[in-house]
Design a protein around this ligand. Structure first.
Ligand code: ATP
Length: 197
């Protein structure tokens, strides 16, 4: 009946670990997807974010234009804090609702909350335990360059802007070192799964 918060830095392998866990029988909630859905017109986050940042952030179809919003919060700590203060608690509630609904359906296998910002957004209370995926910086840069075409300097900037692994590890019940092949990763995830199973 455990809920596991799965976190890690950019390109560390969270989504890959989630896929492996889903294949083992877990139910995965992807916080990125939740973040997109709560921005839909008519939702509370849409209402509060447009009230705070103005109608100029809307596209023609009334959806929030994430690029326009991103441009506002990119250069301003205050604006980013204001946005996070609106969005993170609403995402917390939405994720909690999804967990509760799944449990109410009678689902007894582990539920995974995959969230890069699990710790920063104060979502730790959602999880019974925290799993952190760590990968060495060079491997991340190489994987993200090969598979997403992202230049090394952009990846490094993202890593620098995110919470340090040392901070994440303070909260970790399980550490998954994704420094080998995909097969190695699968084996590590299977071992961790068996421990909670
Ligand atoms: P983000 O936070 O940026 O969404 P993520 O933590 O979810 O990233 P993934 O998308 O799972 O990371 O992995 C990043 C890339 O590295 C993906 O293209 C994935 O296929 C690849 N990858 C993950 N683990 C390995 C591995 N052990 N060997 C080779 N490639 C890997």
């Amino acid at each position: 009946m455990k809920t596991i918060g799965l976190t890690g830095g950019i390109g560390s392998g969270k989504s890959t670990v989630s896929q492996i866990l889903a294949a083992l029988g877990a139910f995965v909630i992807d916080a990125d997807k939740v973040g997109h859905e709560i921005y839909l017109p008519g939702k509370e986050a849409w209402r509060q974010v447009t009230a705070a940042f103005g109608q100029d952030i809307l596209a023609d179809d009334q959806t929030i234009d994430r690029k326009k919003l991103g441009a506002i919060v990119f250069g301003s700590d205050a604006a980013r804090k204001q946005l996070n203060a609106i969005v993170h608690p609403l995402m917390f509630q939405d994720i909690r609702r999804r967990i509760d609904e799944k449990r109410a359906e009678g689902f007894t296998q582990p539920i995974i909350v995959e969230a890069a910002i699990l710790i920063e957004a104060n979502w730790l209370p959602l999880a019974d335990e925290v799993w952190v995926v760590v990968t060495n910086k060079n491997a991340v840069i190489e994987r993200v360059a090969t598979q997403r075409g992202m230049p090394a300097k952009d990846t490094e900037a993202r890593i620098a802007s995110q919470l340090a692994d040392a901070e994440r590890l303070k909260h970790a019940h399980v550490v998954i070192a994704n420094d080998g092949s995909r097969e190695d990763l699968e084996q590590k995830v299977r071992d961790a799964w068996q421990r909670i199973g």
